[in-house]
Design a protein around this ligand. Structure first.
Ligand code: PLP
Length: 358
């Protein structure tokens, strides 16, 4: 007889890695295509020589650098093994009964329902509104006395849509102060809303202690393989996050690479301008071919193909471009290098493809 395992885990699908074949272009995981900056690569190599030593469990240097960068206190910053680990830790610090509810939009980041279930709480998915935006009114309406946590993914993965500051503030005004609201800003650096409308969770959170912001080094900062993300919030929330943190899970190499990348952020943020130009080119070409593509504020675009999404993903893979289908909803296409986008567009805008999928 095998050991007892929580029976509810049977309903969590085992992780299926994205298909990867050597010649294919990979536009499936929202990664950047360029490797670490020379300064980051040097810090990585140097710190590897100290791999026999434990990392700093308090992540003090990186938290200090982030606090300075963001204009907050070190006590306002927690670091996690990717911001996805912080998502799970946020469930752990807020939910203590299976009836506790976690509200999030759907479709949104696929980790939200998983970390909720792993945390023994109840998911409350709220369908997206028209235009593939979060339905913020419906999300506020979904709050009950059992609600402990709300995830707002802005810009939203996988649809790329974003709410402006005023809409977010109006939503937050409706949420009781004892409910923690997570503004997941994994794609913050790709936002190009005007300065007046641009939502900055850190600014919003300054006057709202029930707001916590998540950002990551995995996307615009190009360190997806090293696993480092951070949370900015009230000291009480941060202290709780640090209590449930798996000890030493942010490794030494990740810490120094993040510091080096933060110091060289000018160069990394310049790259987002190049990406945004390609995002427009990709979307415009898809629109011209007749696909209904919502405007994106992230490093990917969304093709709402409904029931044909998986089939489209398979056809694209057969044409040498790996994209990310979400069964029944749509297909997410990462904005890669210009030649990669060309290869995807050659497939997606070919008359046979358009005739089959549009
Ligand atoms: C990519 C992503 C993250 C962060 O990923 P990590 O690599 O774990 O930092 C968080 N939230 C959303 C919505 C994402 O798309």
């Amino acid at each position: 007889m095998t050991a007892h395992i929580r029976p509810d885990l049977a309903t969590i699908p085992a992780y299926v890695p994205g298909r990867n074949h050597p010649d294919a272009v990979k536009l499936a995981s929202n990664e950047t295509t360029v490797g670490p900056l020379p300064s980051a690569a040097k810090a990585i190599a140097e710190s590897a020589e100290q791999a026999n030593r434990y990392p700093d469990n308090q992540v003090t240097e990186l938290r200090t650098a982030l606090a300075e960068f963001l204009g907050v206190e070190v006590a306002n910053v927690a670091v996690g093994c990717g911001s996805v680990a912080l998502c799970q830790e946020l469930v752990q610090i807020t939910c203590d009964a299976p009836t506790d509810e976690v509200v999030f939009a759907w479709r949104s980041f696929e980790a939200y329902p998983i970390v909720t279930q792993v945390g023994n709480a109840t998911s409350v998915p709220v369908p997206l509104a028209e235009g593939y935006l979060h339905d913020l009114d419906a999300m506020a309406d979904a709050v009950t006395e059992r609600t402990k946590l709300i995830f707002v993914c802005n810009p939203n993965n996988p649809t790329g849509t974003a709410h402006g500051r005023a809409e977010l503030e109006r939503f937050l005004d409706r949420i009781p102060a004892h409910v923690l609201v997570v503004l997941d800003e994994a794609y913050y650096e790709y936002l190009r809303l005007t300065p007046e409308t641009r939502p900055d969770g850190v600014e919003i959170g300054r006057t709202r202690p029930n707001v916590v912001v998540l950002r990551t080094f995995s996307k615009a900062y190009g360190l997806a393989g090293l696993r480092v993300g951070y949370a900015v919030g009230a000291p009480e929330v941060i202290a709780a996050l640090m209590k449930v943190h798996i000890p030493f899970s942010v490794n030494r190499i990740a810490q120094v690479a993040a510091i080096a990348s933060l110091q060289a952020r000018g160069e990394l943020l310049d790259r987002t301008d190049v990406l945004v130009a390609q995002r427009h080119r990709l979307r415009d070409a898809l629109l011209a071919a007749g696909y209904p593509v919502p405007s994106s504020e992230a490093n990917f675009v969304w093709l709402p193909l409904g029931a044909r999404s998986v089939e489209f993903g398979e056809a694209s893979a057969a044409a040498g471009v790996l994209v990310r289908p979400f069964a029944g909803d749509g297909v997410r296409v990462t904005v890669g290098d210009p030649h990669e986008i060309d290869r995807f567009l050659a497939f997606a805008t070919a008359p046979e493809t358009v005739a089959r999928f549009r």
